[in-house]
Design a protein around this ligand. Structure first.
Ligand SMILES: NC(=O)c1ccc[n+]([C@@H]2O[C@H](COP(=O)([O-])OP(=O)(O)OC[C@H]3O[C@@H](n4cnc5c(N)ncnc54)[C@H](OP(=O)(O)O)[C@@H]3O)[C@@H](O)[C@H]2O)c1
Length: 278
C-alpha cells in the first residue's frame, strides 16, 4: 500500500502515517514491527523510555525491507537532557537500534522545571549537522517552548509529536504549527482505550463511508494535516489502520469529530508545563 508523504521544513519528508510501538517489547515487539512493515508502514516510532529500541531494530531487520526505505524515530528521555548527555543518549539509541543514522530524533518531553531542553536541542542540531541524525524534532512542546527554541537557536523543529485525538483536538497548537511550518505528529491518535471509537458521530461516518471507526478517526488526522502513529499488535488492525486513502470525510463530518473535544480531554495528566518525564 503506498502512503502519501508530508514535506518537512528541512527539505525531507515523512509518510502521512506511522507506526506506534509502546508498550510492545521483546519478541512480541520484534514481530509487531516486522508485520507492520510488511503491511506497508515505513515510519516507526520508538523511545528510550519504551525499552524496546532493540526489538524495533530487530523487527526492522527481520522485515527484509531495505534500511534506506525505513525511517525510525526515537526520543531523548528527561534524564538525558543536557548537551553532553544528549550526545551520549544518541549513541546508546543508535547501538540499541543497530543503525548508523537515526532518521528522526525528538525530545520526549520539555521538562521545563529542569530547564535543559534548549541545550538538548543544540546537541541534536550538532548531530544533524554531522550527518548522524536526519531530522530534529520535539514532542509535547507548547507554543511557548517552541518559540524559545527558535529565539535561542535560530531554528524550529521539523515535527512536534503531541497528544491528539477527537477528545483533545489541540486546534490552537495546530494553527501555530501550520503558521511555522512544523508538522504535527499525533500520539494516542485513536484515543487509546477511551470510548472515542464508540462516539455516535464517528460510528455514523464509518457507516456512511463503509469503513471502521478507527479508519474514520485516522482519516480525520490525515485531513487535519497531522501524522497519526497508531499502535496495534494485530496484523489485521495494522493493515486496517493504513487503509485511509480511498475515502474522504466531508467538512461537516470533520467539524463534528473536532467538536468532540473537551477541556479535560487529555488521556492522563500529560500537561507539558507540569509533566516531568524521567
Ligand atoms: N510522545 C509521547 O509522549 C507519546 C505518548 C504516548 C504514546 N506515544 C506514541 O504514540 C503511539 C500510539 O499511541 P497509543 O499506543 O497510546 O494509543 P493509540 O494508538 O491511540 O491506541 C492504541 C490502542 O488501540 C487499539 N487499536 C489499534 N488499532 C485499532 C483498531 N483499528 N480498532 C480498534 N482498536 C484498535 C490497540 O489495541 P491492539 O494493539 O490490540 O490492536 C491499542 O489498545 C504509541 O505506541 C507511542 O509510539 C507517544
Amino acid at each position: 500500500m503506498s502512503i502519501p508523504e508530508r514535506r518537512l521544513n528541512d527539505g525531507t519528508s515523512i509518510p502521512a502515517t506511522g507506526f506506534g510501538t509502546y508498550p510492545l517489547r521483546g519478541d512480541e515487539g520484534e514481530q509487531a514491527v516486522a508485520s507492520a512493515i510488511a503491511a506497508g508502514y515505513r515510519l516507526i516510532d520508538t523511545a528510550v523510555n519504551y525499552a524496546n529500541e532493540n526489538a524495533v531494530g530487530r523487527g526492522m531487520r527481520a522485515s527484509g525491507v531495505e534500511r534506506s526505505e525505513l525511517m525510525v524515530q526515537t526520543k531523548i528521555p528527561g534524564r538525558h537532557h543536557g548537551y553532553d548527555e544528549t550526545l551520549a543518549s544518541f549513541d546508546e539509541s543508535r547501538h540499541a537500534l543497530g543503525v548508523d543514522v537515526i532518521d528522526i530524533l525528538l525530545i520526549h518531553w520539555p521538562n521545563p522545571s529542569v530547564d535543559k531542553y534548549v541545550d538538548t536541542f543544540k546537541a541534536m542540531l550538532e548531530l544533524r549537522d554531522r550527518g548522524l541524525v536526519r531530522t530534529v524534532g520535539v514532542s509535547n512542546f507548547t507554543e511557548e517552548f517552541l518559540t524559545r527554541l527558535q529565539r535561542e537557536t535560530g531554528e524550529l523543529p521539523a515535527v512536534n509529536q503531541v497528544e491528539l485525538h477527537p477528545y483533545f483536538p489541540q486546534q490552537e497548537l495546530l494553527r501555530f504549527h501550520a503558521e511555522h511550518d512544523i508538522v504535527t505528529e499525533a500520539w494516542s491518535p485513536l484515543g487509546k482505550n477511551s470510548p472515542v471509537l464508540t462516539e455516535r458521530v464517528i460510528a455514523g461516518a464509518a457507516a456512511a463511508h463503509g469503513v471502521t471507526p478507527a479508519q474514520v478517526v485516522l482519516r480525520w488526522h490525515v485531513q487535519l494535516g497531522s501524522v497519526p502513529l497508531p499502535k496495534s499488535s494485530s496484523p489485521e488492525r495494522q493493515r486496517e489502520n493504513l487503509d485511509l486513502f480511498g475515502f474522504e470525510l466531508t467538512d461537516d463530518e470533520m467539524a463534528a469529530i473536532t467538536a468532540l473535544g473537551r477541556n479535560d480531554g487529555r488521556l492522563f495528566d500529560g500537561d507539558p508545563n507540569h509533566h516531568e518525564e524521567q
